[in-house]
Design a protein around this ligand. Structure first.
Ligand SMILES: Cc1cc2nc3c(=O)[nH]c(=O)nc-3n(C[C@H](O)[C@H](O)[C@H](O)COP(=O)(O)OP(=O)(O)OC[C@H]3O[C@@H](n4cnc5c(N)ncnc54)[C@H](O)[C@@H]3O)c2cc1C
Length: 196
């Protein structure tokens, strides 16, 4: 089947808007994902082979968290903690874990008045929690993503990608995190109870 230039243009990836970048230095950033998809599209177009575009669609139907594509997760509970802060619990398939390490965050995609917005959030559940993960979010009166989050109810599905970032620390990498000599000068009565 011959494909017109218009057919190929309709499949071309769209460059992200500024609002789609959460600004927290994710690797890959939405712009990296766009460049990868564009290169894939250019290759498919040059070879006149649409099947080269489907790989990316297969990845996005995977139920595991992925840094390149958004994955759907269902909200299993919403707990209001303060006037503007709620803890949201999300289901994970079976007894699986989200697979984050210390200090890592995930990126949420939301639609607000037809505008796609992406923001970073750091799960508060233990890194080895099985079958769920939780995020604690403060909503702002004029915040864009906040407008979307405020509408969340139990059973709703939202989209996350990640993980990103983290602290360059592994267990027992250093013998202490407090300079005990300095501590004894400034707080002579303080006794260090635990070594790590
Ligand atoms: C790595 C990382 C992890 C994070 N983890 C968490 C987390 O676990 N939980 C959490 O609650 N947040 C977290 N954040 C913050 C989160 O990503 C968002 O920044 C936050 O939710 C606000 O997003 P928003 O779109 O609602 O607000 P935005 O639209 O980005 O606005 C942010 C603030 O600016 C104000 N504002 C917006 N526009 C204007 C304007 N024109 N003039 C004046 N003021 C304005 C808003 O009222 C609001 O107070 C994290 C951020 C990073 C970078």
């Amino acid at each position: 089947m011959s494909e017109s230039e218009d057919d190929w243009l309709s499949l071309m990836p769209t460059e992200p808007l500024e609002s789609q970048c959460c600004g927290s230095g994710c690797k890959p950033c939405v712009y990296d994902v766009y460049q990868k998809e564009l290169a894939q599209w250019e290759e498919a177009k040059a070879k006149k082979d649409r099947s080269l575009l489907t790989k990316q669609k297969e990845e996005s139907s995977n139920s595991e968290l992925n840094p390149d594509t958004f994955t759907a997760f269902k909200i299993s509970s919403v707990e209001q903690l303060t006037e503007d802060t709620c803890q949201y619990k999300f289901e994970l398939p079976g007894n699986s874990s989200l697979g984050l390490s210390l200090g890592q965050h995930i990126v949420l995609r939301g639609m607000v008045n037809g505008l796609e917005v992406q923001r970073a959030y750091t799960p508060v559940s233990p890194v080895n929690a099985e079958g769920y993960f939780e995020v604690l979010i403060k909503c702002y009166e004029a915040g864009l993503m906040s407008q979307y989050i405020k509408s969340w109810i139990e059973g709703e599905t939202v989209f996350w990608r990640g993980p990103f970032g983290g602290f360059p620390y592994s267990p027992n990498q250093v013998s202490y995190i407090i300079d005990t000599e300095r501590l004894s000068t400034c707080c002579p009565n303080y006794t260090l109870q635990h070594e790590i």
